[in-house]
Design a protein around this ligand. Structure first.
Ligand SMILES: [Zn+2]
Length: 62
């Protein structure tokens, strides 16, 4: 049977973390979870933000 992907945002694998750090162009230790949607984003270090680009655009659009 197919493996159900966990929806728990805190349980990311090392592969997901390194892939996200490569996609976001930041070291893995700067990764964190968006305060709005809980997806991986650049949360710490320089250029850190509380919300991901998607949530920011939603917040700004209101
Ligand atoms: Zn978000």
């Amino acid at each position: 049977m197919p493996v159900q992907r966990s929806r728990d945002p805190m349980r990311i694998t090392a592969v997901e973390r390194s892939a996200a750090s490569a996609a976001l162009g930041c070291p893995p230790w700067e990764l964190g979870l968006c305060a709005g949607c809980g997806q991986l984003m650049r949360r710490y270090g320089r250029n850190a933000a509380m919300y991901c680009n998607v949530c920011r655009s939603v917040l700004n659009g209101r």
